[in-house]
Write a protein that binds this ligand. Sequence first.
Ligand code: GAP
Length: 479
Amino acid sequence: MAQSKTDTALEHIVSLCKRRGFIFPNSHIYGGLQGAYDLGPMGVELKRNLLATWWSDVVYKRPRMYGLDSSILTHQKTLHYSGHQDTFSDLMCDCRQCKSRWRYDHLDPKNPRCENCGSDDLTDPRPFNLMFKTNLGAVDDDSSTAYLRPETAQGIFTNFKFITDTQSPKVPFGIAQIGKAFRNEITPRHFIFRVREFEQMEIEFFVKPEESDQWHTYWVEERKQWWITQGLSPENIQCAAQTGDELAHYARATTDILYKFPHGFEELEGIANRTDYDLAVHSKDQDSISPQSKVKKNTDSTARLALQNTETKAWEIPFVIEPSAGVERGMLALLTEAYTEETLENGNQRLVLKLAAHLAPIKVAIIPLAKNKPELITLAEQIQQMLQAAILGPVVLENSGNIGKNYRRHDEIGTPVCVTVDFDSLAETASNTSLVDTVTLRDRDTLEQERVHIDQLSEHIIQRYFQYHYQPAPFIVGK
Ligand code: GAP
């Protein structure tokens, strides 16, 4: 079978996503809203599966991991002290010819030209703050300014005292959060790769300062292995350490996990060593800040964000390692990897989405061979109910009667297995009595078919398709 994988043009993936109900352009009926997308019935299932898997693997399977769901609306002081008000910006420039606006670092550095009209008549680059500002309540002045959070991380730092007071964790420990983040990107592009409203899966993992380099290495490897377990090929993943200007103002070191998206290798997730920067900048008592911290004095915070050493009684600020992944980029990587065009042995072409079974939007499709035979439909309905009770995720009944069309649809949305109920399944029409009460399973990837007894169907499908295994590496130090 000939296959084409990550070099498949992005347009093919965009088209599949629209045709099969994964991802739609937002506000399409009004011409679209740039940098915003909506998830359709298949997209929402894929996303929920990805989030649930991450949460289970990150929070439930590791010791001393705590969950959080903080507010999107963020106090201006949080983003003042975090440094985002001053520094969370990209350089932009305008084309004087066609009036379009560009992110300066996206243009050819040797010969910057407008990507729209090709002109080199561009304004000097100037910073543009990426945060979305809003006003709380009826007052519309600076005192009511708030922001839509540009990263979920700040909510973790501002809740640090509540979490440590209520959970009494010992380092190393982590706080995990999944949620929306907003950035007024100058040039959203590459479908859902760079958008203005997106979701992050973030962990802030607090460690002893002297162990932070080891933990940084640990998390880079852990996160890379996790994406491989979700179905990304190792050869499509690279790790790249950020250097110089690439590093965010808070980071001592950052390693990006890059994926080979259709437009090239780009960041899927970043793992940063944020040192004690964030806790220190939000802390009212900064005596214990390590000398290398470049923090401004906080005259507004009411809390000391530090942990008391039980032996020395001194207050110490832990360092933090932050694995931060984008949900939309994760989905695009998974879709890119799974998208497969095949030429079958009989010469026919098929398009199939080879998603890992635990991520597939629809788990099983039950297809009665004919729609005008009530006994077949009744049996299919019973099988659907039986499987739905045993399997987490949608088990759907397809009773349009067009089996070829149903197979095509389920190949394209990535349903791992289809169950066909045919005349041999029924006692009165079976060609062979040994086939009564059996159905045919069709495997999405191999196209192999097997006949299975209905009594064994749930167990067989769960065993064959829905055994997800991921075990995190044990904590390396400070157990
Ligand atoms: N708290 C750290 C942080 O926010 P980041 O590298 O700016 O770090 C983390 O963002 C992840 O969020 C990125 O690796 C990427 O997957 C995702 N992300 C960032 N900006 C995005 C955008 N405009 N559209 C989609 N995903 C984005």
